[in-house]
Design a protein around this ligand. Structure first.
Ligand code: C2E
Ligand code: MG
Ligand code: MG
Length: 555
C-alpha cells in the first residue's frame, strides 16, 4: 500500500468514526502509527483534557491527558503495539477530565498492518467505566444518567420540587442481614416510592441507599410532606408484610425548585444531599424542607471545619491558647489563669470558641487540639510559677475528650514533662446532659481526683440540675457563669440565692469563682457576696501568652 493511500485511508476512517459516534455514547479513535497522528471523536474532546480531535506527537499529548500514575503502564503497552509485538490493546486506567479530575476509562483497540506487515493504524474505542448507568437493576429504577438526561431535555425548571429519600442506617442492614437482603430492601423502598407517586412525578435511584423524586408540576409544601408521610407509611406496611425481618426507617429532604439558583443536576444534587443530611442530623425518620439560612450556616460550618482540619495538620497554625487571670477576691492578687482557645481563619476572621468548639467536637479534632492545649497550658503554668509559685492553670475539657480520648494520660504526661505537681492544673467541665448520664465521664473524673488534680464545675447557673452535679462530681471549685452573676447583681432574689449557694458550697469546703466581672461596681458587689476568686474583663481580657507574661512582669 502506498503512502498517499494510507493518508487517505486514515482520513476516511476518521470520518466514518465521527459518523458512528453521533449515535453512541462511546468515544472512537483512530491512531495513525506511521504518521504519529491521532484522531478521536468530538465527545471525548468535550470531556477529557485532550488538545483537540486531531493531534500529532501522540505519546506526549496523551501524557498530558492521562493520570501520571497510569502513564507508564500505557507507555509500556503502546511500545509493544508500535513495535508490532502485539496487536490487541485493552487497558483500564485513568484519563483526566477537562477540570483535571481523574476518570476511569477502558480503552480497547486493534492494530491493522500495512501491506508490508508494519503496524499501521490502531482503531478503537474508549468508554468511561462506572458512568452511563441508565438503569439500576437492583431497585428496578432508572439511574443517575437518566435523571441527567431528563433534566437536559427539560428547558428550564422553574416550578416543582425534588425530594431525596434515604434509608436510615442502611449499612447496618447490609452488615446484619447481608448484601442480598440489602438489595431486597432497596427494591422494597423503590416500590413503596413508586406506588405513591402521582402522574408527572418521577423517581430515580441515586447513590447507595438514596432515591430522588422529581416533580415539575408544583405542589404545596404541605402536600409534599404528605407524599413523604405516605411513602413512609408504605414502608412501614412492607416491613410488617415481611414479618419484621428488617426494621428500618426512611428520611427525606425536600428542595423546592424555586429555592434553587439554577435547577441543574449539580445544584439539585448539592441541595438535596444537604436537605436529606439535615433530616438525618435532626434524628432520622423525618422530613426536612430546604432553608437557605440553614444551608448557609451549614456551608460556613463546613468551611470552618475544613480550615480547622488544615490548621491541625499544619502545626496548629491559626490556633492559639489565650490566658485570662483569676484573682483572689479579697486581695486582688493573681491566683492563676484560665486557658481559652482562639482561632483565626486564614482570611483573618476570628471565630468565637462558642462557634468553633462544637465543630472541633463534631469532627473529632478536639482530641488532637485538646492534647495540644494541655501541653501549652502546662508550659504556661511552669513559666508563671517562676514568679508565682502557687500559680494554677485551668483547662476546659470537652466531654468528647473525656469519653473518647486518653485525656487523663495526656494530663499526667504534661505534668511529668513539666515537673508540675498535680494540683497546678484544674480541669473545667461544663454542665450538660452528657455530664449527668455518662459513666465514662464520672470514671475519668474520679481518676483526676484520685491523682490530686483539681476539678472545677464550669458555667454553674446555666443548667437545671446544678446542685445535683455538685453532689455527683464532688468538684473542688464551682465557677458561676456570667449570666447568673449578672442576674444576681441586678435582682435581690437572685442575689440572695447566689449568696446562699456560696455559703452552702463553702460549707462543704469548695471554692467559688465568679465569672464575667466587667465593671468596678460589679467587682465591689461581688466582694460582698464572699466568693473566693474573680475572673473578668475588669481585671483582664483573655490575652496571648506573651501579653500575659508581660502584664505580670514574668521572665
Ligand atoms: P468558659 O469556660 O465559661 O470561659 C469563660 C468565657 O467568658 C470566655 O469566653 C471568656 O472570654 C469570657 N469572659 C471572661 N470574662 C468576661 C467578662 O468580663 N465579660 C464577658 N462578657 N465575658 C467574659 P470565650 O473565650 O469566648 O469562651 C467561650 C467558651 O468556649 C468557654 O466558656 C468554654 O466553654 C469554651 N472554651 C474556650 N476555650 C476552650 C478550650 O480550650 N476547650 C474547650 N473544650 N472549651 C473551650
Ligand atoms: Mg471555663
Ligand atoms: Mg465558665
Amino acid at each position: 500500500m502506498q503512502r498517499s493511500e494510507i493518508k487517505q485511508s486514515f482520513e476516511t476512517f476518521c470520518e466514518v468514526a465521527e459518523q458512528f459516534a453521533t449515535c453512541m455514547n462511546d468515544n472512537l479513535y483512530v491512531y495513525d502509527i506511521m504518521n504519529d497522528a491521532y484522531f478521536i471523536t468530538k465527545g471525548a474532546v468535550e470531556r477529557f483534557a485532550l488538545p483537540g480531535c486531531l493531534f500529532h506527537d501522540v505519546t506526549e499529548n496523551l501524557r498530558a491527558c492521562v493520570h501520571p500514575d497510569d502513564f507508564p503502564m500505557l507507555q509500556e503497552d503502546l511500545a509493544l503495539l508500535l513495535a508490532g509485538k502485539k496487536s490487541v490493546h485493552e487497558l483500564r486506567y485513568r484519563w483526566l477530565g477537562r477540570d483535571g479530575v481523574p476518570i476511569w476509562i477502558i480503552c480497547r483497540g486493534r492494530v491493522l498492518q500495512s501491506a508490508d506487515g508494519q503496524p499501521w493504524l490502531m482503531l478503537g474505542c474508549i468508554n468511561e467505566i462506572g458512568q452511563k448507568q441508565k438503569a439500576d437493576n437492583v431497585s428496578g429504577l432508572l439511574g443517575v444518567s437518566s435523571l441527567q438526561e431528563h433534566l437536559k431535555q427539560t428547558d428550564i425548571l422553574t416550578d416543582g420540587f425534588v425530594m431525596r429519600i434515604g434509608i436510615d442506617d442502611f449499612r447496618i442492614i447490609n452488615e446484619r442481614l447481608g448484601v442480598d437482603y440489602g438489595d431486597k430492601v432497596l427494591r422494597q423502598v423503590a416500590q413503596c416510592i413508586e406506588s405513591r407517586l402521582l402522574p408527572g412525578q418521577y423517581v430515580y435511584r441515586m447513590i447507595s441507599d438514596e432515591f430522588l423524586v422529581l416533580d415539575m408540576a408544583g405542589m404545596e409544601n404541605a402536600e409534599i410532606k404528605e407524599l413523604y408521610c405516605n411513602i413512609r407509611q408504605e414502608v412501614e406496611q412492607a416491613i410488617v408484610r415481611h414479618n419484621y425481618e428488617a426494621v428500618y426507617t426512611i428520611s427525606g429532604g425536600i428542595v423546592n425548585i424555586g429555592d434553587m439558583k439554577k435547577a441543574d443536576y449539580e445544584e439539585i444534587t448539592r441541595l438535596s444531599e444537604f436537605a436529606l443530611g439535615q433530616a438525618k442530623r435532626m434524628g432520622k425518620n423525618q422530613v426536612y424542607t430546604f432553608d437557605r439560612e440553614d444551608y448557609e450556616a451549614f456551608l460556613r460550618s463546613r468551611a470552618i471545619s475544613r480550615s480547622l482540619r488544615k490548621a491541625v495538620s499544619n502545626d496548629f497554625m491559626g490556633l492559639d491558647v489565650y490566658f485570662q487571670p483569676l484573682v483572689y477576691t479579697n486581695t486582688e492578687e493573681l491566683y492563676g489563669a484560665e486557658a481559652l482557645l482562639r482561632y483565626q481563619m486564614p482570611d483573618g476572621e476570628k471565630i468565637s470558641p462558642l462557634e468553633f468548639i462544637p465543630i472541633l467536637e463534631e469532627s473529632g479534632l478536639i482530641l488532637p487540639v485538646g492534647k495540644w492545649i494541655i501541653r501549652k497550658a502546662a508550659d504556661m503554668c511552669k513559666a508563671c510559677r517562676k514568679k508565682y509559685p502557687q500559680f494554677r492553670v485551668s483547662i476546659n475539657l470537652s466531654y468528647i475528650q473525656l469519653t473518647k480520648g486518653p485525656v487523663f494520660a495526656e494530663v499526667m504526661d504534661a505534668l511529668r514533662e513539666t515537673g508540675l505537681p498535680p494540683d497546678a492544673l484544674i480541669m473545667e467541665l461544663t454542665e450538660s446532659g452528657y455530664l449527668e448520664n455518662s459513666i465514662n465521664v464520672q470514671k475519668a473524673w474520679r481518676k483526676f481526683k484520685e491523682a490530686g488534680i483539681q476539678i472545677a464545675l464550669d458555667d454553674f447557673g446555666t443548667g437545671y440540675s446544678n446542685l445535683q452535679n455538685i453532689g455527683r462530681f464532688n468538684p473542688d471549685i464551682v465557677k458561676i457563669d456570667r449570666s447568673f452573676t449578672l442576674k444576681a447583681l441586678q435582682h435581690s432574689y437572685e442575689r440572695q440565692l447566689l449568696s446562699h449557694i456560696i455559703n452552702m458550697v463553702h460549707s462543704i469546703n469548695l471554692r467559688i469563682v465568679i465569672e464575667g466581672i466587667e465593671e468596678k461596681a460589679e467587682q465591689q458587689q461581688v466582694m460582698e457576696l464572699g466568693s473566693d476568686f474573680i475572673q473578668g474583663y475588669y481585671y483582664s481580657m483573655p490575652c496571648s501568652r506573651e501579653e500575659f507574661l508581660k502584664k505580670y512582669n514574668i521572665e
